[in-house]
Design a protein around this ligand. Structure first.
Ligand code: M6R
Length: 592
């Protein structure tokens, strides 16, 4: 996903090395090209396709002069990943430079009109219309701020933009709609970025401009103006994530570091209990709940549905955000719509949230404070996982589950589940102590081309999440199935070359899942079972076994049984020589 940064220093030193460091911190969002623009009597642009360090070797960014500038990592959406399409983009007189995150829906019409007026375009991106429009409006007499404002009135779609102009030097102007953007106050200068980790090394006092507001950065500070150009007063929020928290701390990959941090993520999120209690009280009576999310967050939501229906007896739906438009028609004032998201910026979830706000009470369970969904939702719970850099969601998933269990348990007045939750960090730590054994087991699975994950009841979403983790980082085709669905189709695919991972904790569904395990065994499948310690029957019917503390009941299982599945995916990925932190074609934050 695109990442943008802008910086203006208080003193006249070269800003390029700082911009380069900041943009490197956004690598985790995924990118295909990068570029920088600085101003020193003229606008200088250097950019290229490929890895940040490779492009730096080719371009030597640190040679760029000027005390302010903008930078960008691009994740292609409109126009292929090429040198020409990399940002920053300029108008055809090299007067205005722009970096942009988002997608413009009406750029083709704007581009045609501009071409008719004599403008020439170099790239095939949607973004390039923006510097052309800004230049045109400045030529008509507007200053940079006015031209940016007028330009955004023409744009349909989503955007976070930072612009600079040689006709109005020593200034950066930024604005946003449906794409993330923060501004930050540092000791040596002022910053604008698409995400806080970009600037953590330099600035910690952060403001998130609202949609339509314009941020103006000069060497003397940052001003935020509303849509009428009136100055808005805002108090910056202090971000206490240390830069070290965003680094690997000696682990080979962020993913394994983040898996290791899961028991802490649970402990920290349990600290939200009082806050969640207050929110439940404020929300009051709820007749129906609907969860909306994507990917891993969707899997956490299915667990939420099962919990709320079984513990609180409240009717509960769960819907994928990009498929929510029909369900959205049934939301009303008695519905609580709960949005689950690590980033708080996922485009489809954010759009559904805006829709839900029109009819219903909304609650966002999000990991990133200050993100768009935290501002949109009527209520907001922050999961306390800390920054997650690996593209594969691990500790944020477990933290989401913790918040959902707290919410459901408190809503239902079920003290037993709250008490069980407090033991989860211990259970997770026990699994982590077995990681060398799990690593050994993983070595026997890297040959696979297909794999199946089976679970029933609360173990069904664990199966879905296990399969997603495997496919997204190992590139092995994997399917998660409700074990009862096996004979309705997938059983036809099971043979002696197919690993089947069976999630079978003790509880109501145990016997039925055991029947399914025997069914796949009869077809010769290579069975890896995740079961309770001492479950002899499961062990006798499997090739490999991962044992979990037998106190972990089926209801609490998603918080613990998911962990060995994450480890298996991680180790298989390492065995295959892939980078688990940056799976191909995927990005951490999906803002388009
Ligand atoms: O930030 P979100 O939780 O809204 O992101 C939703 C999905 O893109 C995300 O959960 C994705 O499926 C995971 N990174 C996969 O591990």
């Amino acid at each position: 996903m695109c990442g943008i940064v802008g910086c203006i220093l208080k003193e006249k030193k070269d800003v390029a090395p700082i911009l380069f460091e900041c943009i490197k911190n956004l690598e985790y969002r995924g990118y295909d090209s990068i570029g920088l623009a600085t101003y020193d009597n003229a606008i200088h642009v250097k950019k290229g396709k490929g890895d940040i360090r490779k492009v730096d070797r080719e371009q030597n960014f640190s040679n760029m002069k000027g005390f302010y500038g903008i930078a960008h990592t691009r994740w292609a959406s409109t126009g292929k990943p090429t040198h020409e399409n990399a940002h920053p983009h300029l108008d055809d007189s090299n007067t205005v430079a722009v970096v942009h995150n988002g997608t413009l829906e009406n750029y083709l019409e704007i581009r045609e009109d501009l071409i008719e007026e004599g403008h020439e375009f170099i790239s095939t991106t949607d973004t390039e219309v923006i510097p052309h429009l800004i230049k045109k409006f400045m030529d008509e007499g507007l200053d940079l701020e006015g031209a940016v404002r007028k330009c955004t009135k023409k744009l349909e779609g989503s955007y976070a933009i930072v612009a600079m102009s040689k006709d109005e030097p020593n200034k950066l102007v930024a604005t946003r709609k449906d794409s993330p953007l923060i501004v930050a106050f540092g000791k040596d200068g002022y910053f604008v970025a698409s995400d806080t980790p970009a600037v953590l090394d330099y600035a910690r006092e952060v403001i998130r401009p609202k949609e339509g507001e314009i941020a103006i950065l000069t060497k003397d500070g940052i001003e935020i103006h509303d849509k009428n150009g009136k100055k808005v007063r805002k108090t910056p929020q202090h971000i206490d994530w240390s830069p070290e928290m965003a680094k690997k701390e000696g682990f080979d990959h962020f993913m394994i570091k983040e898996i290791t941090e899961q028991s802490l993520a649970v402990k920290h999120t349990l600290g939200q209990k009082a806050n969640i209690k207050r929110i439940i009280k404020e929300i009051g009576d709820v007749k129906r709940i609907c969860f909306v999310a994507c990917g891993t967050s969707y899997h956490a939501s299915i667990t939420g549905k099962y919990l709320i229906e079984s513990l609180a007896g409240i009717a509960c739906d769960v819907v994928i955000a990009s498929e929510s438009k029909y369900t959205a028609r049934t939301w009303d004032e008695d519905t609580l719509v709960i949005f689950i998201s690590q980033s708080g910026e996922t485009f489809d979830s954010l759009m559904a949230l805006k829709e839900a706000n029109k009819t219903s009470n909304t609650l966002a369970i999000v990991n990133v404070a200050g993100s768009a969904m935290t501002e949109e939702a009527k209520y907001f719970i922050q999961t306390q996982a800390g920054p997650e850099i690996g593209v594969a969601a691990t500790k944020t998933y477990i933290a989401q589950l913790t918040a959902i269990y707290l919410f459901a348990g408190l809503m239902a007045g079920n003290d037993k589940i709250i008490e069980e939750l407090s033991r989860v960090p211990k259970y997770i730590d026990e699994v982590m102590k077995e990681k060398d054994k799990i690593k050994e087991i993983s070595k026997r699975y890297d040959f696979a081309e297909n794999a199946f994950y089976l679970g029933r009841g609360f173990s069904y979403p664990i199966a879905l999440e296990g399969a997603l983790k495997l496919k997204e980082i190992t590139y092995i085709h994997a399917e998660g199935y409700a074990a009862g669905e096996l004979k309705h189709g997938p059983l036809a695919l099971i043979d002696e070359k197919v690993p089947v991972i069976v999630i079978i904790p003790p509880g109501d569904d145990y016997k039925k899942t055991m029947v399914n395990l025997e069914e796949v065994k009869a077809r010769g499948a290579i069975i890896l079972t995740v079961c309770a310690k001492g479950d002899k029957k499961a062990a006798d019917n499997s090739i490999d076994v991962i044992e979990i503390n037998s106190e972990v009941t089926d209801i609490i299982a998603p918080l613990v049984y998911a962990v060995p599945l994450q480890l298996i995916s991680y180790y298989v990925t390492c065995d295959k020589g892939y980078d688990p932190d940056k799976p191909r074609n995927l990005a951490k934050v999906i803002t388009v």
